[in-house]
Design a protein around this ligand. Structure first.
Ligand code: SF4
Length: 217
């Protein structure tokens, strides 16, 4: 902690550990990481992220490899900490359930570019961009009877060698000639920001695009 005395730093560290529910925080603040359980280490990291009362907390894939119960516990903590210190929380995730329950607004990115921006209760559940649509289509609960889960064809582009036009075109079931020549600019369509040349033509919900395609890979 820069700019504070050792005594103040320890006071803040203990308060931070206490805030995330570490029992006997004063004593535990002197423990080594290997003396904490896995769950306590996750809490300690959340305390570290908020102890200096930041304006913004970025949680990058915070729920990877966690089961559902642990996932909800881990996500609840940053939300509580965010309110306690008055910070904005940016969640970076591929988990659609995390998005729906824990975000206010959802920007969807592909190859470093914005493809869709909408309210959290709409964007993941009712996608409007083909790129976004592949995500709910990949959830087992959305699979059609007797069909494999659909998969996006191809692979993600290399960041230093993006294709001309829309970066999603090589994988998009709706790609047209215009998509391969001009990069789509974000524009407002039905209350959402969409970067897609064919936004007005998309079926609703757009993930039907992918549910029609059995897995080929
Ligand atoms: S701009 Fe074209 S290729 Fe890109 S997502 Fe829209 S339809 Fe697909």
């Amino acid at each position: 902690m820069a700019g504070v005395s050792r005594k103040e730093a320890r006071t803040r560290a203990v308060a931070g550990l206490d805030r995330v529910g570490i029992p006997d925080a004063a004593r535990r603040s002197r423990a080594f990481p290997h003396e904490y359980s896995g769950g306590m280490r996750q809490r300690a990291v959340i305390a570290m992220a908020t102890v200096n009362e930041p304006d913004v907390v970025v949680a990058d894939e915070p729920t990877t490899a966690l089961d559902e119960e642990r996932r909800d516990q881990v996500l609840r903590l940053p939300a509580e900490q965010r309110e306690a210190v008055g910070a904005a929380l940016v969640l970076v995730t591929h988990d659609m359930d995390v998005v729906g329950g824990h975000a206010d607004r959802v920007p969807v990115m592909y190859a470093g570019r914005l493809t869709e921006l909408g309210a959290a209760d709409e964007a993941p559940a009712r996608p409007r961009a083909p790129c976004t649509a592949g995500l709910p289509a990949s959830l087992p609960r959305n699979a059609l009877p007797e069909r494999h889960l659909p998969a996006l064809r191809g692979t993600p582009p290399v960041p230093g060698a993006l294709p001309t036009g829309c970066a999603f075109a090589p994988r998009c079931p709706l790609a047209a000639d215009a998509c391969r020549t001009a990069e789509p600019e974000p524009r407002e369509v039905d209350g959402r920001l969409l970067a897609c040349h064919r936004a007005e033509e998309l079926p609703h919900p757009a993930h039907a695009l992918f549910l029609k395609e059995p897995r080929t890979a």
